[in-house]
Design a protein around this ligand. Structure first.
Ligand SMILES: [Ca+2]
Ligand SMILES: [Ca+2]
Ligand SMILES: [Ca+2]
Ligand SMILES: [Ca+2]
Length: 277
């Protein structure tokens, strides 16, 4: 039987012990090495225009007509629904060079719910320098070749999809927590907090120069690698998270809450999610 924690009891507890006791239930995502975090919660998204990274303040411009999906259809608060035609988000404002920089190591992490397969090279997340195509780090799937993986290319080498990918279609219509890490020589690809794929790719750093971040398509918006589905809770780190950290983030809802630092919006977001259980 599923263990329930009724809303009424939660408020009694909050009343008795105050915020700090209740907040001890919250698992926060790792922040060491975090570069940007898009929660895609409604207070961070203007769906006709942009979605804001709540950690670092980067702005993802909205292209096409994706929808802001309601919390009941998402993983943590609200999320973005892409229909496979044109829709994607593009991080082009990068005056601090947080994205267009050398990446000795990298982690891409998000929740994804894929509604339907089509075509090839569908990019859930894609850090790339298209159309040069010399540097790529992408959580991707490919219906034509029945594959998915964390795919990496640097000037020194790239993932051999035929050899290194998971050789089956990405599972449909279920939430998947996807994490790809690359430390310059080895790629780890985790699904739902567990290692699903590991392979050697001795490519060294991704190189600065035209690196842009696409969410739901490759960065040049070819409309040939779009996805049909939802993306929630996207984080990018400048180091390879450990297996234990990935397992932690699989359980996390947002970042760790620090009530004394005044992050009240995260606090209320947490309460809202508890109510939905
Ligand atoms: Ca969300
Ligand atoms: Ca569309
Ligand atoms: Ca394609
Ligand atoms: Ca297929």
């Amino acid at each position: 039987m599923k263990k329930m924690f009724p809303t009424c009891c939660m408020f009694v507890l909050v009343g008795l012990f105050g915020w700090n006791t209740k907040l001890a239930y919250s698992v926060g995502a790792v922040q060491d090495g975090l570069v940007a975090y898009w929660s895609f919660d409604e207070d961070t998204v203007d769906i006709k225009k942009e979605a804001v990274d709540v950690f670092g303040g980067l702005v993802a411009v909205v292209l096409g007509d994706p929808e802001l999906a309601k919390a009941a259809d998402c993983k943590v608060g609200e999320c973005i629904l892409f229909d496979g035609a044109v829709d994607y988000l593009l991080v082009e404002e990068d005056t601090q060079n947080k994205i267009n920089r050398n990446w000795d190591q990298i982690t891409l992490e998000c929740w994804a719910f894929i509604n339907a397969l089509d075509d090839s090279w569908n990019r859930i997340i894609s850090l790339d320098d298209m159309p040069a195509n010399k540097n790529v780090a992408s959580l991707y799937y490919d219906d034509d070749d029945n594959r998915h993986n964390f795919w990496v290319r640097t000037p020194q080498g790239n993932t051999d999809a035929a050899k290194d990918d998971i050789k089956e279609d990405i599972p449909l219509e279920k939430w998947l927590h996807l994490t790809g890490t690359y430390d310059g020589s080895t790629v780890h690809y985790y699904i739902n907090g567990k290692l699903a794929n590991k392979y050697s790719m001795k490519g060294g750093p991704l190189k600065k120069g035209g690196l842009i971040l696409g969410i739901g398509d490759r960065s040049d918006g070819c409309n040939c690698d779009t996805i049909q589905g939802y993306i929630d809770e996207f984080r990018i780190y400048d180091r390879a998270l450990t297996a234990a950290e990935v397992a932690n983030n699989f359980k996390a809802e947002g970042l760790a809450v620090h009530p004394n630092l005044g992050k009240l919006s995260l606090t209320w977001g947490y309460i809202r999610n508890l109510r939905h259980r």
